[in-house]
Design a binder for this molecule. Sequence first.
Ligand code: PLP
Length: 383
Amino acid sequence: MKKRIYLDHAAATPLSSVAWMAMEPVLLAEVGNPSSIHHEGVRSSNILRACHESIAQCIGAHTDEIVLTSGATESINLAVFGALKAASMRGKHVVTVATEHAAVLGALRAAGADVAVLPVDDRGHVDGESIVAALRPDTVLVSVMMANNEIGVVHDIHHIGKAIDAWRKKNGSVYPLFHSDASQAPNYLTIDVASLHVDLLTLSSPKIYGPKGAGALFIRRNTPWSSVFGGGKQESGRRPGTENIAGAVGFASALVETTEMRDGEVARILPLRERLMTGLLEIDGTQLNGDHIRRLPNNVNVSFKGIEGEELVIRLDAAGIAVSTGSACKGGSEPSHVLAALGLSPDRINSSVRFTLGRSTSDQDILRTITAVRDIVLAARFG
Ligand code: PLP
């Protein structure tokens, strides 16, 4: 049987052996609750502190600015609810973008925010000036993702953060706070919280070859943010509950590893991505979704003529190739709000497929994928 080809790294990455080797002894031997004062507890607490330090170092943060969570959705909810709670006397106006992940749009809705959702252009970019133009005296938060999970489009967070900073200075205010969902970023983009001018930043372990069930929220020192969970004093009271130490160790190791591998992986994966993109776009009637240039180097999102995206995903799966129709988090066959925001027709949205490459992707995988896609699409059209 042919080896399976996994091209859905935006949904979940495999666990790296480095992360696993760091986790294994913790899972097997570290019994202590980090809050306990005995030897075992202190050992666990020290391991946890080292995780905070490693994560902080990778993004240019202070150790106490890192809050460990169960993943991106929890980090985003903490960011949103905590920011709105602290700002309750000031307002609840929030500015965000139409292509944000459901975790951001859903958290804002659940928090009862008064949300301005800004449009993107047909390549998926938001205009930085439009963000500043949308700010009001009662705007307490701006949330813009660093890289989109469906179309890979990269936003200029540095530019947007600087513009927000300038607005705050001009208005003599700490508001609005600036949050960025960087879940998809660390494998390919440098994250430096100072140069990005973010107050809050979300990280996710299972997108960076770490274990599932782990992530972090960066909260800049002195940011007006209130705890939203009641419970113990873990994570300085910001995320109560006994910590997932093995998850934190795996996540921290994965983040260090991916930061070290970043330049090499970008250089290796970009030509593979270009080969895949070119091969797919050579199939008559195929169109690229999202900007070609300002895009994660592992992402291809294309629409095909004459076949539904879901059918292509199922047929590719049967041929041993795992791809997706978009975000793994949207329910069933609900059409992509990201592609709709680009102004694409319902037909084009329904016929879209996302291919996201990763560390294991080889030249052979790309050639096999192009051939399989071409055969399936042509068979669907003429069969
Ligand atoms: N934000 C982005 C950009 C994502 O890609 C995802 C997951 O696909 C999430 C948030 C939510 O992550 P999780 O389901 O791990 O909480």
